[in-house]
Design a protein around this ligand. Structure first.
Ligand code: 1DF
Ligand code: MN
Length: 340
């Protein structure tokens, strides 16, 4: 093969994370409806989907590497599965982020040719999150941060979280904005219809989150910040024309105090600060559309293992673009963004 496949949104979990999730579900110490829907399912369903995903998530060794080999995936960029530590109280979240990053770094040390890690951080405590990102990168050799969309309903457009962006920009590492179930304020109509999960609700929440990060002026404040978004940008690339038009029209008419003028167009931030990955979207026409509107340097491969572990999808994506586009998509862009 003229390239290696580097898969950029690949999930793992620690046994301690699941133990605490189970305890929270049993003791009913969490009310977040998105968490109850997602982890209530995976941690109690006898279905083959749930049981094999729970097993595979916890393997950072031979089984995972066997699965990678069977689908010709060279490397996993690993991140703690959603919502990670973002449903815990601040102190627990800070401690859990540290211990899961230590475990992740240990797995990377054992398999340096196959695994790369992103640091879990606790947005519940932004200064500690910034410190943990720095420790993750400088001491543990991790290559960026994973943030699973909202933290119990709080979104990163709020400046109280911006210590995290400042740290990522200063360290020159990307923040992967991964989906979470929609927040309590957003979820009800989706949940009632069984559409709150990866089928659509994840994208509604995370696409809105990315858009709000842009409109809040994060990239004017942190012009070198890099944000990676899965699922082909959670649909925002398809919306670019309308987003630019309506943002301009809304700002100019001064309809909302909160919607301020920006230095650049929304589409400019998408092309200059954002990278998208193909997680869950193994569909050549949609991938090529993103390459066309964002640039072939902005689109990277992801499988979303183990949630979407399908050998046939890898072959489908081999149909993407030219040889050069494919090399960028599978390998070159990831090496540049994660500095591999
Ligand atoms: C699912 C999908 C779950 C993705 C995930 O993490 C996840 C799912 C809890 O299918 O329930 O990361 N995904 O990114 O599409
Ligand atoms: Mn995912």
């Amino acid at each position: 093969m003229p390239y290696q496949r580097i898969a950029t949104e690949e999930a793992f979990a620690t046994p301690e994370l699941f133990a605490l999730y189970r305890q929270m579900l049993t003791n009913k110490t969490i009310q977040d409806p998105g968490f109850l829907s997602l982890w209530g399912f995976y941690l109690s369903s006898p279905s083959a989907r749930a049981t094999q995903i729970i097993e595979r998530l916890q393997d950072l060794g031979e089984r995972r590497i066997g699965d990678m080999d069977s689908t010709s995936v060279a490397m996993h960029i690993l991140s703690l599965t959603s919502p990670g530590v973002q449903v815990f109280d601040a102190a627990t979240a800070v401690a859990f982020a540290k211990s899961s990053n230590d475990q992740l770094a240990e797995a990377v040390r054992k398999h340096p040719a196959r695994f790369v890690g992103l640091a879990a951080v606790a947005p519940q405590n932004p200064p500690e999150a910034a410190k943990e990102l720095e420790r993750g990168v400088r001491t543990l050799g991790l290559k960026g941060a994973i943030i699973n969309s909202h933290t119990l309903g709080e979104y990163l457009d709020d400046p109280r979280f911006w210590d995290i962006f400042a740290a990522a920009e200063a360290l020159d590492v990307p923040v992967y904005l991964h989906p979470n179930s929609p927040s309590a304020g957003l979820i009800q109509p989706l949940l009632q219809r069984g559409l709150d999960g990866a089928i659509y609700g994840f994208g509604v929440d995370t696409g809105m989150h990315l858009l709000s990060i842009i409109t809040s002026g994060v990239f004017d404040r942190f012009p070198k910040l890099k944000v990676i978004v899965g699922h082909l940008g959670e649909a925002l690339p398809f919306w670019l024309f309308r987003l630019d038009y309506m943002h301009r029209a809304t700002v100019n008419s001064k309809r909302y105090a909160v919607l301020k003028p920006l230095q650049r167009k929304i589409s400019d931030y998408m092309r200059e600060n954002v990278y998208v990955t193909s997680s869950g979207m193994a569909w050549a026409p949609a991938i090529q559309f993103c390459q066309q509107v964002l640039g072939a340097e902005r689109v990277m491969y992801a499988m979303d293992y183990p949630y979407q572990f399908e050998a046939s999808e890898v072959t489908e994506m081999d149909a993407v673009g030219t040889d050069l586009d494919r090399r960028k998509f599978y390998e070159v862009n990831a090496r540049a963004v994660f500095k591999l």
